[in-house]
Write a protein that binds this ligand. Structure first.
Ligand SMILES: [Zn+2]
Length: 75
């Protein structure tokens, strides 16, 4: 009986030790999600949404990595 209790304790402690690392990883992933990368509709380059240009056309939203790409796609 004592062995089982000890094992549970050991596993619980291991869980406590490992859990913060898992949490850090998850929060890092969330940060990456916040800096969403979108593919440029013109050149195909991936760029962060915050630094790009969006344009609505025929009900669809297109994303461009720069104003230059947006202009070129209009030609
Ligand atoms: Zn582009």
């Amino acid at each position: 009986m004592l062995k089982i209790v000890l094992w549970i304790l050991v596993l619980y402690l291991l869980y406590r030790i490992v859990r913060p690392f898992i949490r850090v990883r998850k929060s890092k992933d969330k940060k990456n999600d916040a800096e969403d990368l979108q593919q440029c509709s013109h050149c195909g380059k991936y760029a962060p949404v915050s630094g790009g240009v969006k344009r609505k056309f025929a009900g669809k939203e297109y994303y461009f990595c720069s104003e230059k790409c947006k202009k070129q796609s209009l030609d």
